[in-house]
Ligand binder design. Structure first.
Ligand SMILES: *[C@@H]1O[C@H](CO)[C@@H](O)[C@H](O)[C@H]1NC(C)=O
Ligand SMILES: *[C@@H]1O[C@H](CO)[C@@H](O)[C@H](O)[C@H]1NC(C)=O
Length: 300
């Protein structure tokens, strides 16, 4: 008790006790009621949001009354550039499946490392071919680069000139009309991933990419949205202009493709596959020269 309340208690102990007890209990009751109310609202809100997402999913996939997909332009010959064997299923699945099923589209894949630096080159190369077979990319359209400056390593940023040179070579070889790769965050901030973005950005700013070739990057999203599965439908729909979603059947295909990467199927990747939003939804952004110039100036 403080000195003041001791003094009051001394003069009128009965009044003090009643007064304090009453105000404390009133306050407690208010607090409990208030917390209960907030919790109730939160739970109802979450419930409604989940119902809304399930409803939207069905509206898009089953009933087909809502159009979610907005595809890339110029998709005659599409080149997907990834960093590691398994990126194509872990991140680009919904996009690849839509494109490989389109009649007038040819899909090419350049994977910039093979895991050779772990002594896994042969195994992972084979796994990549098997996975692409499941996704519908022809063997003859797959290129796996094994370059000593481009090791599979989470601590190493690849030299942009080397990456740019390789990418440009295949854009020209295959006469690519649309290039798709990682964005500046590279999904998981993996330097191997975002060095591809910076390489392409340099090419783009230097006007080295042929005029007819559009460049799209796969949008990275924050860690909360990343594991939201179909709960990310509203946000993806509202925030992105180019987007792909897949239904149950295609999702199973992506899981089967990932199952080909046997050497990579550790427990945390299995969990990733269950909850990941990238297994159901991809959103892409067309590369914009003015944005890139800003990125490159920050990067330098
Ligand atoms: C790809 O998405 C577009 C846009 O919604 C759709 O019209 C097309 O049918 C999809 N392609 C396949 C093969 O699912
Ligand atoms: C590129 O970005 C700028 C500024 O963000 C915008 O004004 C412009 O319309 C964009 N261009 C394209 C082609 O999206």
């Amino acid at each position: 008790m403080s000195e003041v309340s001791q003094a009051i208690a001394w003069h009128d102990p009965f009044f003090f006790v009643t007064y304090v007890n009453e105000s404390v209990s009133n306050f407690q009751i208010d607090l409990v009621n208030y917390t209960k109310e907030i919790l109730e609202h939160l739970i109802i809100g979450c419930f409604l949001y989940i119902v809304l997402c399930i409803f939207l999913y069905f509206a898009v996939i089953r009933w087909r009354v809502l159009k979610f997909n907005k595809v890339v332009r110029n998709s005659k010959r599409v080149l997907i550039v990834t960093a590691h064997p398994d990126d194509e299923c872990m991140f680009f699945g919904p996009t690849i499946l839509n494109l490989t099923k389109e009649e007038n589209t040819k899909v090419y894949l350049v994977c910039l490392s093979s895991g050779r630096n772990y002594g896994m080159g042969r195994v992972r190369t084979e796994e990549l071919y098997n996975s692409c077979k499941v996704l519908g990319i022809d063997d003859s359209n797959i290129v796996i680069i094994s370059h000593e400056d481009l090791p599979d390593d989470i601590h190493i940023r690849w030299p942009e000139e080397t990456v740019a040179e390789i990418i440009l070579r295949y854009i020209e070889t295959y006469d690519i009309t649309t290039l798709i790769t990682f964005d500046r965050t590279g999904i998981s901030s993996h330097p191997n991933h975002y060095s591809i973005y910076y390489a392409v950005a340099h090419l783009s700013v230097g006007k080295e990419i042929p005029k007819g070739c559009k460049v799209y990057v796969l949008e990275s999203i924050n860690i909360f949205r990343k594991y939201w599965f179909i709960l990310d439908i509203p946000l993806s729909f509202l925030l992105s202009r180019t987007r792909y979603i897949v239904g149950h059947h295609d999702r199973t295909t992506i899981h089967q493709a990932m199952a080909q990467h046997k050497s990579q199927l550790l427990w945390f990747r299995k969990i990733y596959l269950i909850f990941s939003r990238y297994i159901v939804i991809n959103t892409l952004q067309e590369m914009n020269t003015s944005d890139i110039e800003l990125d490159l100036s920050i990067d330098d």
